[in-house]
Ligand binder design. Structure first.
Ligand SMILES: Nc1ncnc2c1ncn2[C@@H]1O[C@H](COP(=O)(O)OP(=O)(O)OP(=O)(O)O)[C@@H](O)[C@H]1O
Length: 585
């Protein structure tokens, strides 16, 4: 139960609802207990009438009264049971909502390293499956526990008052029932988990097959894919049957044990009646009703135990993530001035997970309003420089300053808000083009969106779509070409006119003519702003105020286009190679 203590703050938050739920539950159970007593009374009235101790009129009145009480109590009990569920089960839904938000907020705070160490499926499971298991503890388990405790105490007191000996015999099978249900629930849970695993394997398999359908068709491997699917589906079916087998035992076991208890009541009660130890046959009827009333609550002891164990395990998994301290923290909540003066001073950086030393003593300066181009072979550390400016990772050694303040002493939200970042793989959400562009500036007007798209040279393409800017992208909509995606992604970055623009090889999929136009527009809109362009093309770099060439995490060349084309090295070779390619076209 240690892990579940995490929920105490929520129980405290909803204490009024819970208290009300408990009171309603107790009152509802009290009303339920009316029925057996009045059934006994009916038996007594009938016995009295046949013995001739009461007249027909008294018999009718008492019978009618008893029936009225039974119906009335059942009605009030039913209404209160409705409110019992409305309070306690609703609280569990509130807690589920709060916990999901807490986990999601924590996910948002965690750094990229966390996402690399954990699989997406696992992250999703903890926020869905695990949270719903915990909800079962916060709602049904608590409700059934109160229900069970109240009923067991009250019923046993009532039974004891009516006949202590009969009480003893009738409750003997109940703990056995509880243990059996506990064992069954545990096994059902184990088998459900396996079924669940197979279901997610199946959905991952089908999802991958559909996403990669063009590759499957191109290689003609549909038959093999079908065989793989059938094998997986058949294993899944076996597991489902295993689960159904164990579930099938649940109710027969309950019926068997209730039946045994009923037999005890009838046999021992009958003997006691014959020996004159109980006054009326109605006591046997009353006991039969008590036994049946107790069965479900007693069975739930086993069920609830298993729910609590599962919730504990799930909460443990959730707590593991909740306890992680975000590696990148916002140290300053006050306003900090952010300009475009960026200094890298002997920066060293190693990726934690791969232990790859991506940057080895990088130093450069860019002034506000300048453009820096970064070139170099693949894997030389270009993208890493951009990630470090946005503090997606913190550096190991050296310093990165903006306007002479180290970036970890800047307000992180303001820092990221000052950056317009276009990643290498343009990721667009499965939503409209407009929403995707507006992602960069939530309050942008339609005119702002169009302006940004025009500057990114994608407006004409969008205008040709039937639904224009309302065209849905991704799975539910159209697929953009690589170059179109890159340009929508550029529009998203430039719409907010940030102080710092970071372009990570984002013009690789557009032709050189469009590249030229985009660069010209960028020059216009990035006046007074600092831009860093990572590229493999000299055409993207040639107009930059400064160019650096990286190799294996180190700066190997630094200068302007005109200076670098005159020095033997990577830049000159690249320039000559790309020049000859252009000429040969
Ligand atoms: N997220 C990551 N986790 C671990 N290692 C990484 C990560 N990203 C990059 N690396 C490694 O760090 C080194 C530098 O990578 P980086 O992406 O900065 O290079 P790049 O110059 O941008 O390459 P490209 O031109 O191919 O985009 C590479 O060896 C790469 O394998």
């Amino acid at each position: 139960m240690k892990e579940l203590q995490h929920l105490n703050k929520y129980f405290l938050k909803y204490k009024t609802h819970i208290l009300l739920g408990i009171i309603i539950t107790i009152i509802a159970r009290l009303f339920l207990l009316f029925t057996p007593r009045y059934v006994k009374k009916i038996f007594l009235v009938i016995e009295n009438y046949f013995e001739g101790t009461i007249s027909k009129d008294v018999f009718k009145t008492e019978l009618f009264e008893a029936i009225l009480y039974i119906v009335g109590a059942a009605l009030v009990g039913a209404i209160l049971t409705f409110f019992m569920r409305q309070t306690i089960i609703n609280v569990s839904r509130y807690i589920e909502f709060d916990l999901k938000n807490e986990v999601y907020d924590q996910y948002q705070k965690l750094s990229l390293n966390f996402y690399k160490k954990n699989r997406t499926g696992d992250l999703m499971n903890r926020i869905t499956e695990d949270v719903s298991r915990v909800r079962m503890y916060a709602g049904p388990a608590i409700m059934y526990s109160i229900n069970t405790i109240t009923l067991i105490i009250m019923v046993i007191i009532y039974m004891y008052n009516a006949s202590p000996k009969l009480t003893l015999y009738t409750i003997i099978p109940l703990p056995i029932l509880s243990v059996i249900i506990y064992k069954l629930s545990k096994e059902i849970h184990n088998r459900s988990t396996i079924v669940q695993q197979y279901l997610s394997k199946l959905s991952t398999f089908t999802q991958e097959s559909f996403s990669g359908i063009s590759v499957i068709k191109a290689y003609g491997i549909e038959p093999q894919t079908s065989i793989n699917f059938k094998t997986l589906a058949s294993e899944s079916k076996e597991k489902q049957i295993d689960l159904a087998k164990i579930q099938a035992w649940f109710f027969p076991m309950m019926v068997l044990l209730i039946g045994t208890s009923n037999l005890f009541v009838i046999y021992i009660g009958g003997m006691q009646y014959i020996n004159g130890e109980i006054d009326s046959i109605g006591t046997i009827a009353e006991f039969l009703m008590y036994v049946n009333m107790l069965t479900w609550p007693v069975a739930t002891v086993g069920w609830v135990t298993s729910i609590v164990q599962q919730a504990e395990a799930s909460q443990k998994r959730i707590n593991e993530f909740l306890k992680i301290e975000p590696e990148i923290k916002n140290a300053v909540n006050t306003h900090t001035k952010i300009t475009g003066n960026i200094d890298f001073n002997n920066v060293h950086f190693t990726y934690d997970d791969t232990n790859i030393q991506a940057l080895k003593g990088i130093s450069f300066k860019i002034k506000e309003g300048e453009t820096l181009a970064i070139l170099g072979k693949t894997g030389s550390g270009k993208s890493t420089i951009l990630d470090l400016i946005g503090r997606l990772y913190d550096i190991d050694e050296g310093s990165i300053t903006i306007n002479n303040t180290e970036i970890n002493k800047l307000n992180l939200n303001e820092l990221r808000d000052s950056i317009g970042y276009v990643p290498q793989d343009a990721f667009l959400f499965s939503d409209t083009i407009k929403t995707n562009i507006r992602f960069g500036k939530q309050d942008a007007t339609d005119e702002d969106v169009i302006e940004a798209a025009k500057n990114a040279q994608v407006h004409k393409n969008i205008a040709k779509f039937k639904n224009g800017y309302d065209t849905i992208l991704g799975e539910r909509g159209i697929t953009l070409s690589g170059g179109q995606k890159q340009r929508v992604s550029i529009a998203r970055a430039i719409i907010k006119l940030p102080k710092i623009l970071l372009f990570d090889d984002c013009l690789s999929a557009v032709d050189t003519e469009t590249e030229e136009k985009i660069l010209r527009n960028l020059k216009k809109i990035s006046k007074g702003k600092t831009s860093i362009i990572v590229s493999h093309r000299v055409s993207s770099a040639k107009n930059a105020d400064k160019i650096i060439v990286l190799d294996n995490g180190k700066i190997v060349q630094e200068g302007t286009h005109s200076s670098l084309i005159n020095i033997d090295g990577y830049y000159k070779h690249l320039y000559l190679k790309q020049l000859s390619e252009t000429e040969s076209k």
